[in-house]
Design a protein. Structure first.
Length: 207
């Protein structure tokens, strides 16, 4: 077999017994990494650590994957305006969550003889969703239903809400209250009492 050392160095062609002995001397394992090669390639490694690193890489790859679910919105040829707008709101919620939306319209009874009516409803639905979704799969007839797939548009940055800032007087009073450890209203009353005492105080001087 062709042997690779634990440091990645190419040891060369060795017998199985010799490779096992070299691995045992380092308290490591002998693992076949290329079984179909001629001769087969083996490496001296810590098998437990090797398995841990593989599991860690697999976990990281799954973590970086974004799973896209397909939600469904069902329409009808006789859908009223309120129900239509509700379905549009549902599709908006689905697509803004990063999911695809399957739009289906099923013909009932003799409605299958007027498929153009169903196509108009579905195309109108796609137009109403054009601000937040794009048509990923054009409307097509499958059995007694028209199927269309919508996908999210490119994400746009969310706007942050502005903080609720009071008047300058309120902010000043609040800052003063923080300094003395009193509520804003009590601090204001205390300030007024202090100014009143200063005005009414007699002027006493030594004669």
């Amino acid at each position: 077999m062709r042997l690779i050392g634990d440091d990645g160095s190419q040891i060369g062609i060795v017998k199985l017994e010799q490779a096992l002995k070299m691995a045992a001397e380092k308290s490591l394992d002998l693992v076949k990494i290329a079984e179909k090669a001629v001769p087969p390639v083996c490496k001296i490694i810590d098998y437990g650590k090797y398995k841990f690193q593989l599991a860690k890489k697999e976990k990281e790859s799954k973590k970086n994957q974004h799973v896209i679910n397909i939600k469904e919105v069902r329409l009808s040829t006789k859908i009223d305006e309120n129900d239509f707008n509700t379905k549009v709101a549902h599709a908006e919620r689905f697509t803004k969550s990063g999911n695809k939306t399957k739009v289906s319209l099923r013909f009932r009874g003799r409605e299958i003889g007027h498929t153009e009516v169903g196509y108009r409803v579905v195309e109108r639905f796609a137009e109403s969703c054009s601000s937040f979704a794009r048509v990923d799969s054009s409307p097509r007839l499958e059995g007694r239903s028209i199927i269309m797939i919508l996908s999210p548009l490119a994400s746009t940055p969310k706007t942050k809400e502005k903080p609720n800032v009071g008047s300058a007087a309120d902010v000043k009073a609040e800052n003063e209250s923080k300094k003395v450890g009193l509520p804003a209203k009590e601090n204001e009353k205390s300030s007024k009492r202090k100014s009143k005492v200063e005005v009414n105080a007699p002027d006493v001087s030594k004669e």
